[in-house]
Design a protein around this ligand. Structure first.
Ligand SMILES: [Fe+2]
Length: 263
């Protein structure tokens, strides 16, 4: 016969596991900031940091912890691949965050779908953020940066990218790196650039062991580009897990990520 004490014990354990199952993905893993190191050796001698999907006003992490971590990495340049904000009430935090990053290094940004859906838009992003010194918002345009062409397209997920326009003034001299919020840019960019930096997927946010992510905001043919480094013909593409969260404020087996890249 099962004793009352055993039932109580089982209930306490079950309650504890349920609480842990909620507390860990909601409050712990969303704050475990990880650093991924990539040695791409494009021969440029540039130390870059790539961040994505900061999602201000819908995320739980402390922006200053990200700034401090990036400062310790001592980058020459910082690339942000979109979804800077989720809601307009995250704009001031976003401005403060980018302003602090610009004191560390030059910052390049492109727009993501949530930057558009928030009402900020890529023009708003440019107008508000380029007032900060050494911050460059690339809306289907390119800039030459120490032997590297930094090309940025507007958000591919909402079909606002125009890579041909962005490449219009890019010469054949120098390496080409493309910032694009969503990896679905790959079909248009393959063999036209050396490297693509992307985000958007959040790595799936919830990755149960031995299973594909439950949900990815990508058309089915692009879902294989969920996270990591891909080599597609002569083009490399890195898709980051990003830092923040949107609709589901949880992460499991998919912590926030800052990427340190030797170019
Ligand atoms: Fe995002």
């Amino acid at each position: 016969m099962v004793s009352r004490r055993s039932v109580l014990k089982a209930l306490v354990v079950l309650g504890g596991l349920t609480a842990l199952g909620y507390v860990y993905p909601r409050y712990i893993e969303t704050n475990i900031l990880t650093v991924t190191k990539l040695n791409l050796d494009l021969g440029l001698g540039i130390r870059a940091v790539h961040i994505s999907d900061t999602h201000f006003a819908s995320s739980a992490y402390n922006p200053d912890s990200v700034v401090n971590l990036i400062k310790d990495l001592k980058p020459d340049v910082i690339f942000h691949t979109g979804d800077l904000i989720t809601y307009l009430n995250g704009l001031e935090t976003g401005l403060d965050f980018i302003s602090k990053l610009s004191e560390i290094a030059d910052v390049f940004i492109v727009a993501g779908n949530h930057d558009h859906w928030s009402g900020l838009g890529s023009d708003g992003l440019k107008n508000r953020f380029e007032r900060i010194g050494n911050v460059y918002v690339l809306n289907n345009e390119a800039m030459e940066y120490h032997g590297l062409w930094v090309i940025g397209v507007d958000d591919p997920y909402t079909y606002q990218d125009d890579l041909s326009k962005a490449l219009k003034h890019v010469s054949n001299n120098g390496r080409r790196m493309l910032l694009a919020h969503s990896p679905q840019i790959i079909d248009k960019a393959v063999n036209r650039v050396d490297l693509i930096l992307s985000g958007h997927t959040h790595g799936g946010q919830i990755r149960m062991p031995f299973m594909d992510p439950i949900w990815l905001p990508l058309p089915s043919k692009y879902r294989k580009y969920d996270y990591g480094l891909f080599e597609v013909e002569d083009t490399l593409m890195f898709v980051s897990r990003g830092i923040g969260t949107t609709f589901l404020p949880i992460r499991f087996n998919c912590p926030p990520e800052v990427v340190s890249i030797n170019l």
